[in-house]
Design a binder for this molecule. Structure first.
Ligand SMILES: Cc1ncc(COP(=O)(O)O)c(C=O)c1O
Length: 391
């Protein structure tokens, strides 16, 4: 039991470090030092009209840019027709959203369960794996980040947020990414192996597709399922619908959230036919999951992706940045890590002053870019010039 005074002290430190401008609001992240009042395309604005190019994308969320007119229009239309009804009411747009997402993802994904966040999408995938295999253990990778709900936390490698809850967490074997020794792990008691095809939070580290192909084969041979957490790598960001398609790998489940509905909260657990057919109706549920507003935003997002060729734009943007930037660049498409060195925090602050929002990572020395997929090439060119001048 932590004494009350200790809690108060910790909280005070937390608040003062964060210099929280709104004491009533619990400070969960250290905010950028401005108040955002408006977003348009790849930029956000404060009340004085000052603009920042958003290379952080609201944490990899704004896939189609801020307030894309087609998404805004779809949301407004849906809000005026039917703002909400749970899955207890049959709703055409929910069925169309499921069909649209499964078509976008492609085989072998065949069925989707809608929820509201990335953690929930992973929680459901892990729960499904437990139910189908009867096994209470998981395997995950060093540096992986999968969310803050209990099972998602069990497979997350971030002691800062897992340690306070260690007594509640499910057993999880931690494997080393891309290490052949991980392929010899004992998967016979494991319900599922979960991984981000490109680990984002840990500093943008990619799995080798061949390693993943072998991992899937090993896991399947031992009766374990494989879950790809594509909450950051999905929805066009790597230049294909999802990483599993780009790399030609067949997981049993794929989770998605963030860019799925352009900023309207939505999570999704996609499953193969083999997985979905093992679940009885009612095995999964959520009051808000698959609400009409989120479904309208998802359908509009998919339409914009296709009409404006956003996955291809992500590849062109990556090429531009690799060509123009003087620092080493990791990752693929528009999930990129920039190796800027030990002054990374100072450089992020200087970039802010120059009008750019960028992400930090848990690897000191690496800044992350996860902008809207329609970020303007001109803004990327200017950014490269400005960052080069700070290196
Ligand atoms: C790879 C990955 N998985 C899961 C999550 C959790 O998503 P959410 O914050 O929507 O619960 C995140 C969030 O940053 C993430 O980056």
């Amino acid at each position: 039991m932590v004494p009350a005074f200790a809690l108060q002290w910790r909280r005070a430190t937390f608040f003062s470090e964060m210099s929280a401008p709104f004491p009533a609001l619990f400070p969960s992240y250290k905010p950028f030092p401005m108040t955002i009042v408006r977003g348009e395309g790849d930029r956000v604005f404060d009340a004085d009209g000052r603009a920042w190019v958003d290379l952080y994308g609201g944490h990899c969320v704004c896939s189609t840019g801020h307030c894309h007119p087609a998404v805004v229009q779809a949301i407004a239309k849906q809000a005026s027709e039917l703002l909400f009804y749970s899955a207890a009411g049959e709703i055409d747009i929910r069925a169309r959203a499921a069909e649209g997402l499964i078509a976008f993802a492609g085989a072998p994904m065949a069925s989707v369960f809608f929820c509201n966040s990335g953690a929930e999408a992973n929680e459901n995938a892990l729960k499904i794996a437990h139910q189908l295999t009867g096994r209470p253990q998981f395997a995950a990778f060093r540096g992986g980040w999968h969310g803050r709900s209990t099972l998602a936390l069990s497979v997350t490698d971030d002691p800062k947020i897992t340690d306070p809850h260690s007594a509640l967490l499910a057993p999880c074997t931690v494997l080393e990414p891309n290490d052949p020794a991980s392929l010899s792990a004992d998967f016979s008691q494991v319900a599922a192996v979960i991984l981000e095809p490109i680990q984002s939070m840990s500093g943008v580290h990619s799995f080798h597709p061949e390693f993943l192909r072998q991992l899937v084969a090993k896991a399947h041979a031992a009766g374990a399922l494989v879950i790809f957490d594509e909450i950051q790598t999905g929805i066009g960001r790597l230049g294909a619908s999802f990483a599993f398609q780009k790399w030609g790998i067949q997981p049993d489940m794929v989770t998605s959230a963030k860019g799925l509905a352009s900023g309207v909260p939505m999570g999704a657990t996609l499953m193969t036919e083999a997985v979905a057919s093992e679940l009885s109706p009612g095995a999964l549920g959520s009051t808000f999951g698959g609400g009409p507003l989120a479904c309208a935003a998802l359908l509009a997002t998919l339409q914009v992706m296709s009409e404006e060729g956003l996955p291809q734009k992500a590849i062109e943007a990556e090429a531009l940045l690799r060509r123009e930037l003087r620092c080493a660049v990791r990752g693929e498409g528009l999930l990129l890590g920039l190796e800027v060195g030990p002054r990374s925090a100072e450089i992020a602050d200087q970039l802010f002053d120059l009008g750019y929002l960028v992400g930090k990572s848990s690897e000191p020395g690496v800044l992350r870019l996860m902008p809207p997929l329609n970020v303007q090439p001109q803004h990327l060119g200017e950014f490269a010039k400005d960052l080069n001048s700070l290196l």
